[in-house]
Design a binder for this molecule. Structure first.
Ligand SMILES: O=C(O)CCC(=O)C(=O)O
Length: 212
């Protein structure tokens, strides 16, 4: 199989459910496009370094991040952190549109994570906030250091590990967030950065009318 192809990876859900899918485009961007987008992201994104309160202590999140949208009257809250949206710069709006075209799903939000080296990570969680709707579809674009992304089934504990190359795109199909958590574990002795965009969709009308 050529690197340019997409790979369909079936993921089992509950016993009576049809499997959902992960679709991986290992080389969705060329090396040159991915290099330039990585540099642009590291330099131009206004990175936040948030902290979360655990057991009464403020603990810095082990990565930098920010939340982008197609308008600024929206925010995203997880683990007690609320991020007001930054308006998509043109280049990010173009990226959301191209990914929408490739995957046949619309995207109007992006959580962007910057893992400065192997000691940065994101712990087990699901992207299942109510404002993402009942069956969130997530597109994840990876740039920089190739890291292992893991999905763990909520009941069986089965773990699926995928290596996400520079310039790859991973689509997590509907219902994956119901049955799996995912993480990006720390790795020893890695000094190079990685930036990941998770493009999502929120219903602007519902959100503005407070129905989500
Ligand atoms: O960096 C990654 O590949 C995962 C990011 C992630 O889990 C998230 O944005 O919810």
């Amino acid at each position: 199989m050529s690197l340019f192809d997409r790979q369909v990876i079936p993921v089992p859900l509950g016993e009576s459910d049809d499997p959902s899918e992960l679709i991986l485009w290992p080389q969705w961007l060329s090396q040159q496009e991915a290099d330039s987008l990585l540099a642009q992201s590291i330099e131009n994104i206004p990175w936040r370094h948030d902290s979360i309160r655990m057991f009464g202590k403020l603990i810095p999140v082990p990565r930098l991040q920010n939340w982008f949208a197609d308008h600024t009257n929206t925010s995203y809250t997880y683990s007690g952190i609320t991020m007001g949206a930054v308006l998509f710069p043109d280049w990010m709006a173009d990226l959301a549109q191209s990914i929408g075209k490739e995957t046949c799903h619309p995207f109007n939000r992006a959580l962007v994570n910057y893992y400065r080296d192997g000691s940065d990570s994101v712990d087990w969680h699901a992207d299942d906030e109510p404002e993402l709707g009942p069956d969130p579809i997530i597109s994840s674009l990876s740039l920089g250091a190739e890291r292992v992304f893991q999905l763990r089934h909520n009941i069986t504990g089965e773990i699926l590990s995928l290596s996400l190359p520079h310039g790859s795109l991973l689509l997590m199909g509907s219902r994956v967030q119901h049955f799996y958590q995912h993480r990006l574990a720390k790795v020893k002795a890695l000094n190079s950065p990685r930036v990941n965009f998770t493009f999502r969709y929120m219903d602007n009308q519902k959100e503005l009318s407070g129905q989500s």
